[in-house]
Design a protein around this ligand. Structure first.
Ligand code: GDD
Ligand code: MN
Length: 387
């Protein structure tokens, strides 16, 4: 098989038939020689699968379908499931709503073969490309700024890619490390490019209007994207630090707000500390330790987290005074040191105590595993940091 055309679908019933017909037509010779197949990876909750089966029976081109009940990993998870089910040289990914013109399929494959690329990206933002199919200026702005953000975070891996958010690309199956992928949300190409070292070439294309049905992109996908960027670029510890820094700013803002309303600075400090500790906890649950929550109740974890932070906040000031009084260290340096020490302690306490794995294991392997995990967390993921 030369190419598996992978089409993720979520309730795309009215588009299936037109899509298959256009792919079949444009791949004429390859259809005859059996070098191309379409693989729908379907998470639909409507009758899209039945329609796919009917269209498959009526068409000359080989059509397969994987229907998933759990929809794991969303759109990206579907694409990876497609990679795993293909044995073709190329996997070509395209949307099921005809915003990606099937007429580009032969172009992408030819370019890939001629240039010996690992990935051929159909880009909306390279000469001749066009993103007019994005509905409204908000989506345009979001699309553009998310690309700028991603490319500034991965200047090396995304050097040759003007459109790392596109859902239209061909990849040489042998050049990707499936096990390294952590599919989530909409941005599978970003995941591929940042976790693998790949030779990228681009072809311009015009992102059309949806043929029928509605877009599944939403605000949650946008947040998902930021989360994905942060986890690709930084390990767990850096996400912890980002949230901690956000909490510090929030703390000051709440305190200033309460004082502005006429509260005393002591009360304002207490309220803002409690609010910040709580909000930080919730953000860390969601963005830092989401995969380690199993086993114990959220109240348990909250009590431990709160207890640690409150104790730490209470101890820090006397500790600072002690350093300044008892040693020649200047106050600002002493404060910087206490903040840094508190940060490391807080991270270690959270990852080792609050989000510890089950308690039943013997102590020494647990410690060994903890050390290995910390080691892994603090080493950079994705693109090498030194450039
Ligand atoms: N299997 C599966 N599971 N498919 C899904 C899921 C899911 O959870 N969510 C969406 N899809 C399918 C849709 O059915 C469609 O075929 C394709 O993925 C793209 O979804 P759309 O809802 O049409 O997204 P879009 O047009 O807003 O976004 C497209 O453009 C973006 C760039 O602006 C996609 O190509 C994105 O990948 C791309 O980033
Ligand atoms: Mn679409």
């Amino acid at each position: 098989m030369r190419v598996t055309v992978i089409v993720p679908t979520f309730n795309e019933e009215p588009n299936v038939e037109a899509l298959v017909q256009r792919v079949e037509k444009v791949c004429g010779a390859m259809v005859e020689s059996g070098e191309v197949e379409i693989l729908f990876v379907d998470d639909s909750t409507d009758t899209t699968p039945q329609t796919i089966e009917r269209v498959a029976a009526e068409s000359t081109i080989g059509v397969r379908m994987i229907h998933r009940e759990n929809g794991e990993g969303g759109l990206s998870g579907a694409v990876v499931a497609g990679f795993q089910a293909s044995d073709a040289e190329w996997c070509l990914v395209m949307d099921g709503d005809l915003q990606h013109p099937p007429e580009m399929i032969p172009v992408l494959l030819e370019t890939g073969d001629e240039s010996h690329a690992d990935v051929v990206v159909a880009s909306r933002y390279v000469g001749g490309g066009n993103a007019d199919g994005l509905s409204g200026w908000v989506r345009h702005a979001v699309s553009k700024s998310s690309i700028v953000l991603a490319r500034s975070m991965f200047p090396v891996r995304l050097r040759d890619c003007t459109d790392p958010m596109t859902g239209f690309f061909a990849v040489r199956r042998a050049s990707i490390d499936m096990d390294a992928l952590k599919p989530r949300g909409f941005k599978i190409l970003l995941e591929l490019l940042t976790r693998n070292k790949l030779k990228v070439v681009e072809e311009p294309f015009v992102f059309g209007e949806r043929f029928a049905g509605e877009s599944k992109a939403n605000l949650a996908q946008g947040l998902n994207y930021l989360h994905q960027l942060a986890s690709l670029r930084f390990g767990r510890m850096s996400r912890f630090a980002i949230i901690g820094a956000f909490g510090a700013v929030l703390n000051l803002a709440i305190m200033a707000g309460l004082m502005h309303l006429g509260e005393s600075y002591v009360l304002a400090a207490i309220v803002s500390a409690v609010a910040t500790i709580t909000i930080n906890f919730l953000l860390q649950e969601r963005f830092v330790f989401h995969d380690l929550r199993a086993g114990r109740s959220v109240w348990h974890r909250f009590a431990e987290s709160f207890g640690f932070n409150a104790t730490e906040a209470a101890i820090r000031l006397p500790f600072l005074i002690w350093i300044v009084e008892a040693t020649p260290v200047p106050p600002i340096v002493a404060q910087a040191v206490t903040i840094a020490v508190a940060f490391v302690l807080r991270f270690v306490f959270h990852s080792r105590v609050v989000y510890r794995a089950g308690r039943t294991r013997p102590v020494s392997p647990l410690l060994a595993e903890g050390a290995a995990r910390l080691d892994h967390e603090v080493s950079p993921q994705g693109e090498p940091r030194v450039q």
